[in-house]
Design a protein around this ligand. Structure first.
Ligand SMILES: [Zn+2]
Length: 113
């Protein structure tokens, strides 16, 4: 919208229409994904360079109860969770054409592709 139609601003009393295009930016990984409407780094195919799907790895900590006969002492807190990892290997690189097509599809759908 801002690129095509612009937005009104007032400069020294004159009403102008200004248009803006972001040419470069610095952001952390989550913000970069949001700015690009791209899958986050912890999602499948979240690498912006290649088509490595990655996979989830559980980080759940299972502790062995010290006193299995004592119900009060056998309740150990469990920490659940997972992380998404991208194992090393050779994966197809994203091409400029595919990236532009994915960007157009994401823009049209309003969702990461
Ligand atoms: Zn990659």
């Amino acid at each position: 919208m801002f690129v095509e139609e612009g937005f009104p601003i007032t400069v020294e009393g004159r009403r102008e229409i200004s248009k803006g295009i972001l040419l470069t930016a610095t952001a952390d990984t989550p913000a970069k994904a949001e700015m690009q409407n791209f899958t986050h780094h912890n999602g499948f195919f979240g690498c912006s360079f290649c088509l490595n799907a990655g996979h989830n790895v559980s980080t759940e900590i299972k502790k062995t109860p010290k006193n299995p006969g004592d119900p009060k002492k056998s309740k150990q807190p469990k920490k659940k969770g997972s992380v998404h990892v991208y194992p090393p290997g050779k994966f197809p690189q994203r091409t400029k054409g595919e990236t532009l097509a994915d960007a157009a599809a994401a823009f049209k759908s309003g969702h990461p592709v």
